[in-house]
Design a protein around this ligand. Structure first.
Ligand code: JB2
Length: 218
């Protein structure tokens, strides 16, 4: 079926941000699935609310596209769990790209990737399934981003950065070029990453300590 309608899972801020992007693109949203609406009520007021994830099963996989509106924060697996459950049942997750984003024709976005407002995905970059490229994030050329990652607002990746699966990059992180960040890692807010980060790390702040400076100079 051409132009399948969208069913949004989740009723919080991330779902609302996605809904506004889709509404601006004149996409048809046939429902929102959430035990409660915690944001975006004004957008959802004329859209049917389904309270249980089981309600998704009322729709045939071939008739709809799912939008994973469950956001992503460290130590929370709900977004990935929902994605895997319904993918296994044959449902397809939409790839959402805001009109204000600049996505190179020579980049690749897997199913369920969400490129929010004002982002750049430059030539040669690849983004894995169910990953969120959040507002004003810049991914420069030839980066490889894994599945189920969240690049929070204002992340900047220089060229040829590799980010493995399930990595949370918090708001305002900068990563210089040619760096690899291993899977299941959390990079804390505002960090400047100038060295490779092994898998399963938690990184706060700058990675490099400036030698020779007295603590009082900082
Ligand atoms: O099992 C569930 C379920 N559990 C909670 N199934 C479904 N379909 N929905 C569920 N929810 C709903 O997800 C809650 O009722 C709520 O409406 C929503 C989660 O909203 P919350 O505001 O907690 O977070 P978010 O997921 O929209 O956004 C997080 O991630 C974003 C990327 C936030 O922390 C944001 O700050 C962040 N920008």
């Amino acid at each position: 079926m051409k132009n399948k309608p969208f069913l949004i899972i989740g009723g919080g801020g991330h779902a609302a941000a996605l809904a506004e992007i889709l509404i601006k693109q004149k996409k048809r949203i046939i429902g929102v699935v959430s035990p409660e609406l915690t944001a975006g009520n004004i957008l959802f007021e004329n859209i049917e609310l389904f309270l249980n994830d089981e309600d998704i099963l009322k729709f045939r996989p071939e008739d709809i596209l799912l939008v994973n509106g469950i956001g992503s924060m460290p130590y929370k697996s709900l977004r990935e769990d929902v994605y895997n459950r319904f993918k296994k049942l044959g449902y397809e997750f939409a790839t959402v790209i805001a009109d204000s984003a600049l996505v190179s024709d020579y980049s690749t976005l897997k199913c369920g990737v969400q490129v929010m407002n004002n982002c750049v995905v430059n030539i040669g970059s690849k983004v894995g399934e169910n990953t969120i490229i959040n507002t004003s994030t810049s991914i420069d050329h030839d980066c490889i981003i894994g599945a189920h990652c969240h690049l929070a607002p204002g992340t900047t990746l220089s060229g040829q950065v590799v980010i493995e699966n399930n990595v949370h990059v918090a708001t305002g992180v900068n990563v210089i070029n040619n760096i690899t960040i291993g899977h299941n890692t959390i990079i804390g807010v505002g960090a400047n990453i100038i060295k490779a980060i092994p898998a399963n790390s938690i990184v706060y702040g700058a990675r490099e300590i400036i030698k020779g400076l007295d603590a009082n100079d900082c």
